[in-house]
Write a protein that binds this ligand. Structure first.
Ligand code: DMJ
Length: 559
């Protein structure tokens, strides 16, 4: 889910992988199966088009001109939605509406400043009023534009949405040559473009998503088909990819290769090309085959042997969104992908057995596991899990349902405590439960807050599934804290120490602040039919992707 560990240049010590024979055989095998529907099809996936066209051969080496046309029926998709995407209920009470409008104003402020000082760069530096490019996106630009598109649309910031769309049309260049994180490009760019397409039907978003998706395919050219973490977007000929320099022994990261499934199924859905779905179904096959210590999934796997490289297990960074994508794969398939559900249920059972603990003060937390030894620490990233467990609980058997809802509420409460116990009312990057400490950072290096969304994300799911008003209150506390400590003259900035109210800004407005934090805050104060959980699953960057409703007759009114 997150790769924000110290990043050493990916290239140096890593053997470079350039399409050896084994992946070629794998590709051939997958291609030979490509005329049959995949076992777990993407939403409403059709191996043949309405007029009997064959799926286009996107990304499989066929020259573009020779590919058969494929038509995705957007109107039919829109009719399958059960709720208008931006909601259809009469407006709410004035206080809730005012809060929602306040969050909309924050989004406009974040966008306007990005546009003024950094349009086309990846993020805004709000103190120095310039742009940041960074090295995660391999030469791609405009991460904030693509990440912000769906939030602008949902908030009905029409003019700003048009500005963002225009930038994508005119300036978003995919012909770049640089080393990119497969995971980050997928969740932010591919996810952001897919969501923008599904929400608006604008072809430009679809074509950019598909073009970018193709550029990611060479990362899968490994002996097992488990992709490496870093890919050179400009080297399609040789398919150059590398493992992160910091990842043990050339391994791939669970949260990275485990966080492709939702987007890749949609790439197949929109292109008619099975290759994307095949890549991620193969990942699942490898994961099913490998032995899991105590039923747990360690974070590092060799893309060469398909075996674990070391036994570090975490529901926070390095592991997190792998679990999220299991339950969401099931939900996105309209609850048909029972393999994903079983994998999720089994993983959660093992996590609960080995990692979930209660502090002396009665706070439930999820520890990390290093070969059987527990590290009593929870990262901010792990705080998405309250929401995930609640989402999964909805669909557990009756007796497990209440148990998981209680667990989700306890974890969300613990994450709220990590905010409530700080002077700024914002939570640290990691907090601990040892040596008398409870839900607070003990190391200087863990005291920062970079505008992350995970705690608010859990508040949204808990709110939608329980309607307990405390989640809206907690969300409002976050709004006030952001305004007080993170809002600066030209945007929002992360802070270096949540335990001091003397400003220590990090001069970075992360793109996920617009994609996730503000979107989730806004949704917390919306009616439940805005991006309804009946119709959408959120990718790990909060980009909504549609559920496959095969029952088109059950449709309700649409926008
Ligand atoms: C986002 O890019 C995504 O939520 C990812 O899964 C984790 N890291 C950031 C937000 O903290």
């Amino acid at each position: 889910r997150d790769t924000e560990l110290p990043r050493s240049p990916p290239a140096a010590a890593e053997p470079r992988h350039a399409s050896p024979a084994a992946p070629r055989r794998l590709r051939e095998k997958l291609r030979s199966r490509s005329s049959a529907p995949a076992a777990h099809t993407a939403p409403a996936s059709r191996p043949q088009g309405p007029d009997g066209e064959r799926p286009a051969e996107v990304g499989t080496g066929a020259p573009r001109e020779s590919r058969a046309p494929f038509h995705f029926d957007y109107e039919r998709f829109r009719q399958s939605l059960r709720h208008p995407v931006r909601g259809g209920r009469p407006d709410q009470d004035p206080d809730t509406r005012a809060r929602k409008m306040k969050i909309k104003e924050m989004m406009k402020f974040a966008w306007d400043n990005y546009k003024q000082y950094a349009l086309g760069k990846n993020e805004l530096r709000p103190l120095t009023k310039n742009g940041h490019i960074g090295n995660m996106f391999g030469g791609l630009r405009g991460a904030t534009v693509v990440d912000a598109l769906d939030t602008l649309y949902i908030m009905e910031l029409e003019e700003e949405f048009q500005e963002a769309k225009k930038w994508v049309e005119k300036s978003f260049d995919l012909n770049v040559n640089g080393e990119a994180s497969l995971f980050e490009v997928n969740i932010r760019y591919v996810g952001g473009l897919l969501a923008a397409y599904y929400l608006t039907g604008e072809e430009v978003f679809k074509s950019k998503a598909l073009e970018l998706g193709e550029k990611l395919l060479p990362a899968f050219n490994t002996p097992t088909g488990i992709p490496r973490g870093v890919i050179n977007l400009g080297r399609q000929d040789t398919g150059m990819s590398w493992s992160w320099g910091w990842a043990s022994a050339g391994s791939s990261i669970l949260a990275e290769f485990g966080t492709l499934h939702l987007e890749f199924l949609h790439l197949t859905e929109l292109s008619g090309n099975p290759v994307f779905a095949e890549k991620v179904l193969n990942i699942r096959k490898v994961l099913k085959r490998v032995e899991k210590p105590q039923g747990l999934y360690p974070n590092f796997l060799s893309p060469v042997t398909g075996n674990w490289v070391q036994h570090h297990v975490s529901i926070g960074g390095l592991g997190d969104s792998f679990y999220e994508y299991l339950i969401k794969s099931w939900l996105m398939s309209d609850k048909k992908d029972s393999e994903a559900k079983k994998m999720y249920d089994d993983a959660l059972e093992a996590i609960e057995k080995h990692l979930v603990k209660k502090s002396a003060g009665g706070l439930t937390y999820i520890a990390e596991w290093r070969g059987g030894i527990l590290d009593h620490k929870m990262g901010h990233l792990a705080c998405f899990s309250g929401g995930m467990i609640a989402l999964g609980a909805e669909h557990a058997g009756e007796e497990r349902r209440q148990h998981y809802m209680d667990l989700a509420a306890e974890i969300t409460n613990t994450c709220h405590e990590s905010y409530a116990r700080s002077d700024t009312k914002l939570g640290p990057e990691a907090f601990r439960f040892d040596a008398g400490t409870e839900a607070m950072a003990t190391r200087l290096s863990e005291r920062y807050y970079i505008l992350r969304p995970e705690v608010v994300e859990s508040y949204v799911y808990m709110w939608r599934l329980t309607h307990d008003v405390k989640y809206r209150q907690w969300g409002w506390e976050v709004v006030k804290a952001l305004e007080k400590h993170c809002r600066v003259e030209a945007g929002f900035s992360g802070i270096r120490d949540v335990y001091t109210t003397v400003p220590t800004h990090d001069n970075m407005q992360q793109s996920f602040f617009l994609a996730e934090t503000l979107k989730y805050l806004y949704l917390l104060f919306c009616e439940d039919d805005v991006l309804s959980l009946d119709d959408w699953v959120f990718n790990t960057e909060a980009h909504p992707l549609p559920v496959n409703h095969s029952n088109f007759k059950a449709k309700a009114s649409v926008q």
